[in-house]
Design a protein around this ligand. Structure first.
Ligand code: PEP
Ligand code: MG
Length: 420
């Protein structure tokens, strides 16, 4: 029996057989997953994480991941216990194991250990279910009557059910790039429209914020043929690609606008650094609206449009940006990366500098003030939004919504309701 310790990424206890994965295995690896499997890897791309999540994978142990990396975020949305930062060993391949997302991987557990963890797993799952069912229909309101909306961050159509089951007030960030990454080709307007309306119809009247394509850096669908870059996190990504590639952006905007005729849909644009970008977006969206009108296609002309505030530039010019939009969503994962100059995928740095650094908290305060002055609403959609130690601070700052992984909502709702 070997017990290896790692940094917790997502809680939960699961039993499975270890599959030691490395990228050079290619697609054949995915066909090998049959029984409950704990994937162990040195590196795992967001694309591979999504693919494993669709299979019988019950846990992830990734040496080179960090709490704000996409692998960590995906593990939370998909409800997979996950660890990072520990040394991993190819010799473990095929061995039975227990992953405890609280910080441990036990390889080749003996019988007493198996029994102990089976009880712990049942207990954990029962508590989660109980928390979700007790809190599902309650609103997130403090004892003195201050309320905040708790939305879900999601990556796929199937996550909508999970968001509803956990009592989300809506979807605060549908990260459409994962839909693009799961597809072998560029998804067209009609395909996207079908997906957005199917999701919206499950949500009913709840808000449904659809974020336009945020690819680049570590999210690179092969068919886009993005060139390798020296500094990908500072490179060709997100809105920079959308503004260049009208063949991608316009069909996505058309699909979102068309879906807005049937549900409470809002559009959100990622990685904004300038007023000029927002003006360019508005010009394109205005043109698409004219086209749809000319084609007699229904859409909501008053659809809410918002931007991610996830660069220091956007924080500092948030007073200029706020009058141009209906809402801001503060992406603390990227904001932490760019504000503190720490690679969000590097586990060694994650422990040293957290996203509750005063520079991040002051940014949130400033952005919320500027939003309020312009009559825009503001959410936090990075992982920091789920930090219960900061919930009352966010309320004091006037944050209107917190957008978190579906499984975090019940606990966060209870935390809000316990605030005086
Ligand atoms: C963020 O950067 O905080 C965010 C919400 O977006 P993503 O994690 O998808 O980059
Ligand atoms: Mg981001």
């Amino acid at each position: 029996m070997v017990a290896a310790r790692g940094t917790p990424l997502n809680e939960g206890i699961r039993f499975g057989r270890i599959f030691y994965y490395s990228e050079h295995m290619g697609h054949a690896a995915f066909d090998e997953i049959k029984e409950p499997t704990i994937v162990v890897a040195v590196d795992l791309t967001p694309g591979d994480t999504i693919r494993f999540g669709r299979l019988n994978v019950v846990g992830l142990v990734v040496k080179n991941a960090a709490p704000n990396s996409h692998t960590a975020i995906l593990s939370r949305t998909m409800g997979l216990p996950a660890l990072c930062g520990e040394e991993v060993d190819a010799q473990w391949h095929g061995l039975p194991a227990i992953i405890d997302g609280g910080g441990e991987l036990i390889v080749n557990p003996d019988e007493p250990t198996r029994s102990e963890y089976a009880l712990k797993a049942d207990d954990f799952d029962a508590r989660q279910r109980e928390l979700a069912s007790v809190s599902r229909d309650l609103s997130a309101v403090t004892k003195s009557g201050n309320s905040i909306l708790l939305y879900a961050n999601i990556n796929a159509v199937s996550d909508v059910e999970n968001a509803i089951a956990n009592g989300a007030a809506g979807i605060g960030n549908f990260k459409t790039e994962f839909m693009f990454m799961e597809s072998s080709d560029l998804p067209g307007e009609e395909q996207q429209f079908q997906i957005y309306t199917a999701m919206a119809s499950r949500l009913g009247t709840g808000k449904f914020v659809i974020r336009t394509l945020d690819v680049g850096a570590d999210k690179t669908p092969g068919y886009l043929h993005l060139e390798p870059e020296e500094n990908p996190a500072l490179g060709y990504r997100a809105i920079r690609i959308s503004l260049d590639r009208r063949d991608i952006f316009v069909p996505q905007i058309r699909a979102i606008l068309r879906a807005s005729a049937y549900a409470n849909v809002a559009i959100m644009y990622p990685m904004i650094v300038s007023v000029d970008e927002v003006l360019q977006i508005k010009e394109i969206v205005g043109q698409v609206m004219e086209d749809l009108t000319g084609e007699d296609i229904p859409f909501n002309r008053d659809i809410e449009q918002g931007i991610m505030i996830e660069t220091p530039a956007a924080v500092l010019i948030s007073d200029d940006l706020a009058p141009l939009v209906d809402f801001f969503s503060i992406g603390t994962n990227d904001l932490t990366q760019y504000m503190l100059a720490i690679d969000r995928t590097n586990p060694r740095l994650a422990e040293r500098y957290g996203p509750s650094h005063p520079a991040i908290l002051r940014s949130i305060k400033l952005v919320a003030e500027n939003a309020r002055s312009a009559g825009a609403w503001v959410s936090i959609s990075g992982e920091l939004a789920a930090d219960e130690a900061l919930t009352s601070t966010f309320l004091d700052y006037g944050v209107d919504a917190l957008t978190v992984s579906p499984s975090r909502i019940p606990q966060l709702k209870v935390a809000v309701r316990n605030i005086d």
